[in-house]
Structure formats: structure tokens, C-alpha cells
Write a protein that binds this ligand. Structure first.
Ligand code: GLU
Length: 424
């Protein structure tokens, strides 16, 4: 192989560089050929749009929106849309590539994409967010499509935004096209089980990993960073199955209770409290950083990228890390974590339950048929279990971490598709 290694990661850990350094290691282990390597290291399309929006006070603000299609060789591209002040092109590029690997790891027929708008949805009214979302959808009219590119929720977006996207896209087409987006409200063709799907997949992954480490789930302890859609559902489902969740956190702070936090109560508190845990008394208030270093069996980072870095990796005391967020561990922290013997179930495997049920939603929309919750859960649990085993076996076969193994599984599938499709 003659392709050049990506430039070394400097002080700032850039998510795209983090993604690329793992891609590089896995490509080498696999013996990937130069052509496919060079094709996959760049996204196939990057779109940046300006979105003028009339604010409630009559002023006009211009927002920047992005959509990056990393790959569409396996099928239409798939991936969420993020509303956050930290959104930038490198982040969206990394997240789009992670979607390619994620869909390939769980063997669903999609490529990878990601979108985002740099905005602070917490400081905007519902009307302002609606106008922004509709304007973004209009600009992406030639990008989106049930057979082209299918968005979904991510940080800062949910069923409400997906409903607006579906409506705006459908109006422009003069008919209802619900398969253009997933994560919709159930009444618009959303799937039962989609809201909790990512958290559920995290739980299934954690249980599969506990089996490997011979940890008794009834004696297991868990800390969860991030109490949004992914973290709270994962915590709830882990608790339901006998694990003790000793710490949770969100933007308001971190809460610790060695006897176990009552997660159902925490969820109810959050709902009644405008969406945050501010003032939650079910646990002692601790530093957010302390939550990451607690001595627990399972650490679930479910907030955002780059929270486990060279600065704190040495202090991590969990026996395993199950990544609910995308990219929570920086590439430079990987070696430290691995040398400590901590088992990491990587993001592109652990949080793939969400896109798996997104795929079921799209299948149901196209069939014009609704599955029961039981069918959705059974099928997604099976996919998560089988994918875990596939990655675990690959890790043993190549003598690499589960993270690199997951990339190997994914890159191998994409490379094989290129082999048959050709076209360069
Ligand atoms: N945003 C989610 C993710 O990162 C879901 C993507 C989807 O369902 O398309 O996996």
C-alpha cells in the first residue's frame, strides 16, 4: 500500500482526524487497496447553505447549514441532523463518515451522511426553529429523498423537526412522502420503538459485553454521562434489567448515589423541570469530570464527542466503556484506554440501534404497513447481538481492539461493494 498516513494529530483533537486515524489503522490491518482508501477518505458531497430566518422580533438572522454525504455506495445515505452552536464542517464530515461505518457494521443497506445547523435551539422559539428547519429543507430539496438521502434526529433535534422536514418536502412534491425522513412522530409514520432504540441498543451491547467479561448484571454498576434521549433510555433499560445506575449527568451537573439513582424518578423530574436535572436531589452533586472516573463496571458516555481524551483517559476506572455518543473517545486516548485493559464497545457498534430502527421505519413507510413494538425490538436486538459477535470475533482474529475490529468489518463490506460495482 502506498497511500499516505494522515497528518499526525496535534494538540487539538479534531473529530475528523480522530475518525481518519482509526480508518487508517483498520485499512492497513485489512490490506485495503489504495483506490478504495482514497475514495473513502473523502466525502462524496459537501453542501453548505446560508439560511436567512425572520426572528420573532422582526429581525432577520442568517444561519449556516450543512449536509455531508460521506458515501452512498451501499444505498441511500442516512444520518441525523444536529442543531448546536458547535456545528462545523469538520465535525459534520466525521459524523457522516461514522454513519457509513455504522450502517455497514450492522449490515443495513445505507450509506452515511450527516447534517447540521449552527444555532442554539434552547434560545429560539418553536416558530423560529420551524422557519429555520423549513428553510433548510428547501435548500436541501435536491439532496434529500427516500432513495437518495434520508435525515433523522441527532443532538438538538427530535420528532418535531422531522415532522417539519417531512411536511416541507411533501408539500414541494405535491404528495405525502414520509419515507424521506425517520424519527418522525408515530402519527406521521414514525416507528414504535424508535425513540428508545439507540439507548436500547446501548443496553444490549452492554449486556453482551458483560457476558464476555463474566460480570453478573445484577451486581453491575453503571455511570451515564448525558441524560438526553440516548443516555436516559439506556439508563432506564439497564436499571430495569437489574444494573445499578450510580451516576448520571446533563448540562446542569452530575449526580451520584452509591445505592443507585432511581432513573424513572430522574426522568419524571427532568420532564417536569423544563428538560434538565437542575435541582435533582436523587443523588449527591459531583463534578462532571468525576463521573467519568468513578469506579464502576460500565461507563456510558452518551453526550458528545471528545469527552475521554489524553487528559483524563489514565484516570478512567470503569471495566468497560459502551459508547452511546458518536466519537466520545478521542483517537489519542485509545491507546491509553486499551493498555489499561478496558473493554470499549465503540460508538459505530454500540449506538447503531438508532439507525437500525430508522431503517425499520423507512421499510414500514415504503410498505405502507406498521410493525408492532415487539417485532421492532426483537429484530433490532437480534441485529445488535449478531453485530456485537461479528465485531468481537473480528477483534480476536486480527488481535485488535473492538473499535478497530468494527472499522475492519465496515470497511471490508464497503470495499467488497466497490469490488463488484466498480465504476472508477
Ligand atoms: N443521529 C443518529 C446516529 O448518529 C441516528 C441516525 C439515523 O437514524 O439515521 O446514529
Amino acid at each position: 500500500m502506498s497511500y499516505v498516513e494522515p497528518a499526525p494529530i496535534k494538540d487539538r483533537e479534531n473529530p475528523f482526524e480522530s475518525m481518519m486515524s482509526r480508518f487508517h489503522i483498520a485499512s492497513q490491518a485489512l490490506g485495503l487497496n489504495d483506490e478504495v482508501y482514497n475514495v473513502l477518505k473523502n466525502p462524496v458531497k459537501q453542501v453548505i447553505v446560508s439560511l436567512p430566518v425572520t426572528m420573532d422580533d422582526g429581525s432577520i438572522r442568517v444561519f449556516e447549514g450543512y449536509r455531508v454525504i460521506h458515501s452512498n455506495i451501499l444505498g441511500p445515505s442516512k444520518g441525523g441532523i444536529r442543531y448546536d452552536m458547535g456545528v462545523n464542517i469538520d465535525e459534520v464530515k466525521a459524523l457522516a463518515a461514522w454513519m457509513t461505518w455504522k450502517c455497514a457494521v450492522v449490515d443495513i443497506p445505507y450509506g452515511g451522511a450527516k447534517g447540521g445547523i449552527r444555532c442554539n435551539p434552547r434560545q429560539m422559539s418553536s416558530g423560529e426553529i420551524e422557519r429555520l428547519t423549513r428553510s433548510y429543507t428547501q435548500e436541501m430539496f435536491s439532496i434529500f429523498g427516500p432513495d437518495r438521502d434520508i435525515p433523522a434526529p441527532d443532538m438538538g433535534t427530535g420528532p418535531r423537526e422531522m415532522a417539519w422536514i417531512m411536511d416541507e418536502y411533501s408539500r414541494a412534491n405535491g404528495m405525502t412522502i414520509n419515507a424521506v425522513v425517520t424519527g418522525k412522530p408515530i402519527v406521521l409514520g414514525g416507528s414504535t420503538g424508535r425513540a428508545e432504540a439507540t439507548g436500547r441498543g446501548v443496553m444490549v451491547s452492554a449486556f453482551a459485553a458483560m457476558e464476555k467479561l463474566k460480570i453478573n448484571p445484577y451486581q453491575s454498576t453503571v455511570s451515564v454521562q448525558g441524560f438526553g434521549n440516548v443516555g436516559s433510555h439506556a439508563a432506564l433499560l439497564m436499571e430495569e434489567r437489574g444494573s445499578k445506575v450510580v451516576a448520571i449527568s446533563d448540562i446542569s451537573g452530575a449526580y451520584y448515589n452509591p445505592d443507585g439513582i432511581n432513573i424513572q424518578q430522574a426522568v419524571e423530574f427532568r420532564e417536569a423541570n423544563g428538560g434538565t436535572l437542575t435541582g435533582f436531589t436523587g443523588g449527591e452533586v459531583i463534578e462532571g469530570e468525576e463521573l467519568l472516573t468513578l469506579e464502576v463496571d460500565i461507563l456510558i458516555p452518551a453526550a458528545m464527542e471528545d469527552v475521554i481524551t489524553v487528559k483524563n483517559a489514565e484516570q478512567i476506572n470503569a471495566r468497560m466503556i459502551v459508547e452511546g455518543a458518536n466519537g466520545p473517545t478521542s483517537a489519542r486516548a485509545d491507546d491509553i484506554i486499551n493498555s489499561k485493559g478496558t473493554l470499549v464497545v465503540p460508538d459505530i457498534l454500540a449506538n447503531a440501534g438508532g439507525v437500525t430502527v430508522s431503517y425499520f421505519e423507512w421499510v414500514q413507510n415504503r410498505l405502507g404497513y406498521k410493525w408492532t413494538r415487539d417485532r421492532v425490538n426483537r429484530r433490532s436486538d437480534r441485529i445488535m447481538r449478531e453485530s456485537f459477535e461479528r465485531v468481537y470475533k473480528t477483534a480476536l482474529k486480527y488481535g485488535v481492539s473492538m473499535r478497530i475490529a468494527a472499522y475492519i468489518v465496515a470497511i471490508d463490506k464497503v470495499a467488497n461493494t466497490y469490488k463488484f460495482r466498480g465504476g472508477f
